[in-house]
Design a protein around this ligand. Structure first.
Ligand code: COA
Length: 141
């Protein structure tokens, strides 16, 4: 059975993100909060938020291949929204290359880059790590 819990950045999270090809070099262990998805002792999914005074960056959504296509990506997005609300975030932003459909199902909508708050635009993910072709999406939570 799958369980979900809040967790800090650790080697298991980094290994999972690297396995699915997501960036880890800019992850800040202090400001970033993670929710892990576990089957018994195995970490099989993760998602993170970086809060910036009322707005937040949703990032690092990963589900191990064996667990995909069963709605767990959407479940993790919901968990991240709970985490974000608890720390006062009212609006979440994200960048994605290939998962727009999933995020649209979760209520995110496309937004122009210049409509993104400066605190989010200045993150390394926004300013450099993600290609300019990434979709930018937003949700009020
Ligand atoms: C993106 C990712 C997290 C999706 O994980 P997932 O658990 O497969 O996500 P979901 O099951 O919620 O949705 C994925 C697909 O499964 C389908 N699906 C959703 N619920 C389902 C269910 N109950 N049964 C069967 N299929 C389902 C959806 O149609 C969806 O397809 P679509 O998005 O192409 O329309 C995963 O593929 C991944 O880790 N990819 C690599 C890292 C990555 O790209 N992360 C996103 C960074 S922005």
């Amino acid at each position: 059975m799958l369980s979900f819990k809040q967790m800090a950045l650790n080697a298991e999270v980094i290994a999972l993100l690297q396995r699915v090809g997501l960036p880890t070099e800019d992850l800040d262990p202090v400001s970033t909060t993670f929710c892990g998805m576990w089957e018994d002792e195995m970490l099989c999914g993760v998602i993170a938020i970086e809060p910036y005074h009322g707005v937040g960056l949703l990032r690092s959504l990963a589900v191990s291949p064996a667990f995909r296509g069963r709605g767990q990506g959407e479940v993790l997005v919901g968990k991240a929204e709970e985490l974000a609300r608890r720390v006062g975030v009212e609006e979440l932003y994200l960048l994605t290359v290939s998962s727009s459909t999933l995020f649209e199902r979760c209520g995110f909508a496309h937004v122009a880059r210049d409509a993104v708050p400066v605190s989010i635009r200045e993150t390394r993910q926004f300013s450099g790590l993600c290609p300019a072709t990434c979709a930018v999406m937003r949700k009020r939570i």
